[in-house]
Design a binder for this molecule. Structure first.
Ligand code: ADP
Length: 630
């Protein structure tokens, strides 16, 4: 047995690594940054936990899943590993102080934090005096605006790395399209690191999509399906009301205890239900998408969606909770046209309207005293009609991104911000545009999900293709298209009706704002990506053409690809993009120029620096000029 296997046995009691784990760990231990993509349940945690225990200093794990941190720490403790802890807003001030003290004394090897911790000056000071050996970014897709679960706080991670120095980074996720991968590596500055992609296929899952014409039929089909299921399962509904109602219906129809779970319930109650489900106290839970993050229950035999999920990523993550033990499991989706409107409702609730942006700005201005910071108490602000905490937080981040204000502190109670009164009016348009852009992306994601449900041919192939995977070995059973008799014996579906996707699309997508179908942009972006990955010089003329695309994404991907090919002849083509209206494109351009390293661009970068208003671009430009000054 070699040393790494010995460590595996010693700490975790396993004899073998799961596919991908060893490669990721060895790559990291050799000093390289790694982006690792592994499906749910494949064993991502071990990829950083084992090196963390072997390396000398501290491993910092950034995760957005606050509820999960405690589970992770407890799981380690159950294995007799007592050197892990977490810092997040669920703790009291005193607990935080104690744990920080523990970090200072070297008591911990692994510390889980939520990204907003990076705003805490105390924590950053502590880190600067601590030996950090590894920085782990879990759920790394959250750093990308193009991901399904973009978290503005994740953008802080870039600045963290700058401050703690050149520490190896391991970024992990289960779902990232090529564009999202590109964003992760650029934002984290690990473009030269390794990408270890284990593929997205889950061969033991069989996929069934069914469209019903009426809601009654949807429920009838669902009950018929459930009558044939003997194992444990999760049923996802779109709303809290539907979740409770359907649980009631099932109790009556199946004559057994059925739990429900949604974000409107008390935290304690939710916790109890989750625990009882994991321990097998009941078989079936009906839930909204609030359920399942971090559910490590191996024997879930089915996941039933009774609605259209908001993105393919969200769908696959939820469906993927089935069959973690590798045994055959079913992912069934039954939906109707009526499932369309719900997303409008959520999008409306999630993103602030124009009037709301103005109202909140006015409110802040009213609280402002010249030269002083303003303290915002979440509860008070969320009390303003129509505002949720999430909405206020999103808006604060967007304002910060646009340079309107500075968030000095932020925790679960309040936020402290500093600004100048007239900045709101000056940047009003940019802020509104950012909101529409984010909203449009979400519609794009929804559109892809609708397309997936409508796609011809094999379901698995359509899912994998969305994530950019072409090849796979078709398992048996595969999906309702490949194996129409898939469920004979326990559930016999009626004839699968053809899905009039054009009609449904028209109804699901909003008339206003007009939606640019992301299809074309996506393929062009991917085309650029492929040329870059192949380092294909012959593809350069095509890339120069793509630089003129109206799509931000295409321009961004083309610039990035040009950077990878590293030819000085490309520099003149890139220079105009230093003036691109989109700050991300400018960011990618700077990075590409830096890679190519041709100093003829120097005066252009200097000139750009005079105009640039984005902090991250200013930093990058300054770094380049410094590099080129010697
Ligand atoms: P995810 O990739 O979803 O984060 P986890 O890290 O939670 O997956 O791991 C899923 C399960 O697999 C856990 O119960 C973990 O203990 C188990 N596991 C991880 N690595 C191995 C291994 N090498 N051998 C056996 N079981 C493993």
């Amino acid at each position: 047995m070699d040393a790494l296997h010995e460590e595996l046995k010693r700490w975790f009691g396993y004899d073998e690594f799961r596919p991908g784990q060893e490669e990721i760990i060895r790559t990291l231990l050799s000093g390289q940054d790694v982006l690792g993509i592994m499906t749910t349940g494949a064993g991502k945690s071990l990829c950083y936990q084992l090196p963390a225990l072997m390396l000398p200093g501290l491993t910092l794990v950034i995760s957005p899943l606050i509820a999960l941190m405690q589970d992770q720490v407890q799981n380690l403790e159950r294995r007799g590993i007592h050197c892990a802890t977490f810092l997040n807003s669920s703790l009291t001030k005193r607990e935080i102080v104690e744990r920080m003290e523990g970090i200072r004394n070297g008591r911990y090897k692994i510390v889980y934090i939520a990204p907003e911790r990076i705003r805490s000056r105390e924590f950053m000071t502590l880190l600067s005096r601590t030996q950090v050996s590894l920085l782990v970014v879990d759920e790394a897709h959250c750093i990308s605006e193009w991901g399904h679960d973009f978290r503005t706080d994740y953008l802080l991670i870039g600045s963290l790395r700058e401050r703690i120095g050149q520490v190896p980074i391991m970024a992990l996720t289960a779902t990232a399209t090529k564009e999202v991968q590109e964003d992760i590596t650029v934002q984290l500055g690990i473009e030269d690191g390794a990408r270890i992609i284990m593929g997205y296929d889950r061969p033991n899952l069989a996929f069934i999509f069914r469209r019903e014409t009426t809601v009654e039929n949807k429920y009838k089909e669902a009950v018929a399906f459930l009558r044939g299921q003997r194992g444990c399962g999760i049923i996802y509904t779109s709303s809290r009301g539907e979740c409770e109602e359907f649980a009631r219906l099932l109790r009556q129809q199946l004559g057994e205890e059925i739990a429900f779970y949604h974000a409107g319930m008390q935290a304690e109650e939710r916790r109890q239900i989750q625990d009882a489900f994991i321990r097998g106290k009941f078989r079936i839970v009906v839930a909204t998408n609030a359920f399942g993050m971090g559910i490590d229950k191996p024997d879930i035999r089915f996941v039933l969606h009774l609605h259209v999920p908001s993105s393919v990523e969200a769908y696959y993550q939820e469906a993927g909770r089935a069959g973690r033990d590798g045994k055959p499991s079913i992912c069934m989706t039954i939906f109707t046209q009526r499932d369309r409107g719900i997303h409008h409702f959520f999008l409306k609730k999630e993103f602030p309207s124009e009037a709301e942006v103005d109202r909140l700005a006015q409110r802040l201005i009213d609280l402002h005293t010249e030269g002083e910071a303003v303290r915002i108490r979440w509860r008070e602000f969320a009390g303003i009609q129509g505002f949720t905490e999430e909405k206020v937080s999103l808006l604060l981040h967007i304002w910060e991104q646009q340079g309107v204000l500075l968030i000095e502190e932020m925790d679960s109670q309040d936020a402290v911000v500093r600004f100048e009164k007239n900045a709101f009016a000056k940047k009003r348009n940019e802020v509104l545009m950012t909101i529409s852009r984010l909203k449009l992306r979400r519609y794009g994601k929804l559109h892809s999900m609708v397309e997936l449900l409508a796609a011809e041919g094999c379901r698995r192939q359509a899912i994998l293709r969305y994530f950019g995977q072409e090849g796979f070995a078709r398992p048996h059973p595969c999906c309702d298209r490949c194996d129409p008799g898939l469920l004979t014996g326990c559930y016999t579906p009626g004839p699968v009706d053809r899905y009039p996707w054009r009609d449904v699309l028209r109804e699901i997508l909003p008339a206003d704002p007009p939606v640019v179908m992301p299809r074309l942009a996506k393929t062009e972006g991917e085309e650029a990506y492929a040329i870059g990955e192949a380092r294909d010089e012959a593809g350069l003329p095509r890339l120069y053409e793509l630089l003129k695309s109206p799509s931000v994404n295409t321009r961004r991907m083309a610039v990035s690809a040009i950077g990878k090919i590293r030819r000085a002849e490309s520099v003149p083509y890139l220079l105009t993009l230093l003036k691109d209206v989109n700050p991300q494109v400018r960011q990618y351009t700077l990075k590409a120029l830096r890679k190519i390293g041709d100093r003829q661009a120097k005066s252009y970068v200097e000139e750009m620096l005079k105009r640039e208003d984005k902090e991250y671009n200013i930093r990058e430009a300054q770094a380049i000029l410094k590099e080129w000054s010697g």
